[in-house]
Design a binder for this molecule. Structure first.
Ligand code: F6P
Length: 344
């Protein structure tokens, strides 16, 4: 068999572990040919790939990023993109393509598989943990650990200066990283896209904490957090070349607002792509490896249009259609009943 693999969307710790698992099982055990396409769909459309054997994946398990490179964008960006993709599948004799991606890439993969008949299997990834149909994505745990380590460090400097630290983490549509890192790091308050906030309420929490003699506050803000309508002016974000909002401004607005309302000095820390870089945690390496092996089983079973997913600790297959244009938002019980119990 000829089995293709590509990584799409934003990179994420654990991508290389998936690629390694696919090559070890499909090529190493099964004797099949694995074609790694460079730069996501660009590599498919331009027939840029490399044949991956065991030597090519040696040592990549702990490496962050992706040896294949990644891009946003898809065949649907071109009028003849789907036809060209079909042609490439035929020319290369591709029996299957494994797409490792987040919501955007899986939506595209689902459309190509179910609406255009291409033999595609999905593997869900993203540090944001916001893919519908799986209990978790790999990369998330690593990002949470990085953010938690940063919050721990910020506590001591915030205490020394009696400051309010506003820490911005990734999460444009879902606040999973903010919720988990904020909870693990003992945040004074956590702001997530799912629950519009009012800076006056946050300022009250901060002031009460300082009144109790607890110096310094850590407010963790997801990049996509939104104020309640009419409570705070947030500048319109710029757009990237794919028309997606470029985040990174919410903490810049929240911090001065909190200073003004509480009288305490504030500082902003935007963790940005630090959360996506570097080596995956052991948990993410294990999940990625399991996903990679399960993706090869799905190829053998011709389970096209499906993705591998984690359900109650087991790896199962679900239709990629559930991801189309969807976002898996946070567990509101965890936010309201657990995280909020520690606010202040
Ligand atoms: O991978 C998802 C994500 O981490 C979002 O949380 C973030 O907004 C986005 O990627 C930024 O990615 P890039 O800068 O690569 O476009």
């Amino acid at each position: 068999m000829n089995i293709g693999v590509l990584t799409g969307g934003g990179d994420c710790p654990g991508l290389n572990a998936v690629i390694r698992a696919i090559v070890r099982k499909a090529h190493g055990v099964g004797g099949h040919r694995v074609l790694g396409f460079y730069d996501a769909w660009d590599g498919v459309l331009e027939k840029r790939y490399e044949v991956l054997d065991i030597s090519k994946v040696r040592g990549i398990l702990p490496k962050g990023g992706t040896i294949l490179g990644t891009r946003r964008g898809s065949p649907f960006d071109y009028p003849d993109g789907v036809e060209r993709t079909k042609q490439v599948f035929a020319e290369l004799g591709l029996d299957a393509l494994v797409v490792i991606g987040g919501n955007g890439s899986l939506t595209v993969a689902s459309m190509l598989a179910d609406d255009h008949g291409l033999p595609i299997i999905g593997v869900p990834k993203t540090i944001d943990n916001d893919v519908v149909g799986t209990d978790a994505t790999f990369g998330f745990q690593t990002a949470v650990q990085i953010a938690t380590d940063a919050i721990d460090r910020l506590h001591t400097t915030a205490e020394s200066h009696d400051r309010v630290m506003v820490v911005e983490v990734m999460g444009r549509d879902a606040g999973w990283i903010a919720l988990h890192a904020g909870l693990a790091g003992g945040a004074t308050a956590i702001l997530v896209p799912e629950v519009p906030f009012d800076t006056r309420e946050v300022a009250n929490i901060v002031s009460k904490r300082h009144d109790r003699g607890r110096y310094a506050s850590l407010v963790v803000v997801a990049e996509g957090a939104k104020p309640k309508p009419g409570t705070l002016d947030v500048p319109e974000p710029a757009l990237d070349k794919y028309g997606r909002e470029l985040h990174g401004s919410i903490s810049q607005v929240v911090a001065p607002a909190l200073s003004k309302l509480t009288g305490y000095e504030s500082r902003v820390v935007q963790l940005g792509h630090v959360q996506r870089g570097g080596t995956p945690t052991a948990y993410d390496r294990v999940l990625s490896s399991r996903f990679g092996l399960a993706a090869v089983d799905a190829v053998y079973a011709k389970a096209f249009g499906l993705m591998v997913a984690l359900h109650c600790g087991r790896i199962e297959r679900v239709s990629m259609q559930v991801t189309r244009g969807q976002t898996r938002t946070i567990d509101l019980d965890l936010f309201n009943d657990v995280a909020a119990a520690f606010f202040g």
